[in-house]
Design a protein around this ligand. Structure first.
Ligand SMILES: C[S@@+](CC[C@H](N)C(=O)[O-])C[C@H]1O[C@@H](n2cnc3c(N)ncnc32)[C@H](O)[C@@H]1O
Length: 255
């Protein structure tokens, strides 16, 4: 079974496919200065819950890009059911291959999918081409909570950084880290529990499926990773990145 199929199974009971909430996604929308008629491009949009919330709350238009046919179908059905198909378009494509109109968007977002571009900094670099000079970026990303991360786990998570490193990457791309909206432990517990529930229900429904052992192993590994490492060492947050004319390049730590 391919990774995307496993993801469809583990994320089948979720609309927000991240450790976040509707309230926090709407808060990100406010920070991104979304208003009626603003255009948003969302890379790795999943089932388009963030775009749906922003369309309902702020009246935006936009486009969501996702590699998963299953999530794109779910997104399109939801948008149609809510009467939002004219406002939000869904493109089924790898994010890095999608050709967009440069400078045409008020905000570009990538919530929990920076791996689609190869990491945080590459994502900022790609997304800033989509926005005009006063546009903002919204990025959902993991970070290390401590520098005492278990070495075995750190080795497997090579694209995770400290928040200080994320701020440095942001600045080196000519933007400033304006705001953080942090996931709570409850947000993480909700996200991983929904995922385990999706996997366990599928196993109950498909006891003789040829891939059931793989699905069970995936569930166990995901749970062990979370309980042994992630909960202790890894955080997740959404960042709002803004264009600010720079006034000084020095760090106070070096003065
Ligand atoms: C953690 S989910 C986040 C979904 C959504 N942003 C949300 O917050 O609900 C990551 C998403 O990235 C998508 N994805 C993975 N690799 C991708 C790629 N190369 N290009 C576009 N989307 C990708 C997955 O299909 C999945 O929907």
């Amino acid at each position: 079974m391919e990774f995307l199929e496993l993801m469809s199974i583990s994320h089948r009971y979720m609309e927000i496919l991240n450790p976040s909430t509707s309230e926090k996604i709407i808060k990100l929308g406010k920070l991104l200065k979304l208003k009626k008629g603003k255009r948003v491009i969302d890379f790795g949009c999943g089932c388009a819950e963030p775009l749906t919330l922003w369309a309902e709350e702020f009246g935006i238009t936009g486009i969501g890009i996702d590699i998963s046919g299953d999530f794109c179908d779910r997104a399109r059905k939801k948008l149609a059911a809510k009467g939002l198909s004219d406002q939000i378009e869904i493109a089924c494509s790898p994010a890095a291959d999608y050709i967009f109109e440069e400078g045409a968007f008020d905000a570009a977002t990538c919530i929990g999918a920076t791996f689609a571009f190869g990491g945080y900094q590459q994502t900022v670099r790609a997304m800033k081409r989509a926005i005009h000079q006063h546009g903002r970026l919204g990025i959902g990303e993991t970070h290390w909570l401590s520098n005492l991360v278990h070495p075995q786990y750190a080795q497997e998570q090579i694209t995770t950084h400290t928040e200080s490193e994320l701020a440095q990457f942001t600045r080196s791309e000519g933007l400033e880290l304006e705001c953080i909206i942090r996931a709570s432990n409850d947000d993480w517990d909700r996200y991983v529990s929904d995922s385990w529930q999706g996997l366990i229900r599928w196993l109950e429904e498909n006891p003789t499926h040829p891939d059931s052992e793989q699905v069970f192993k995936h569930y166990r590994r995901d749970q062990d990773d979370y309980l042994q490492f992630q909960r202790q060492y890894m955080g997740w947050a959404m960042y709002c990145l803004a264009p600010v004319e720079s006034h000084s390049t020095g760090s106070h730590l070096q003065e």
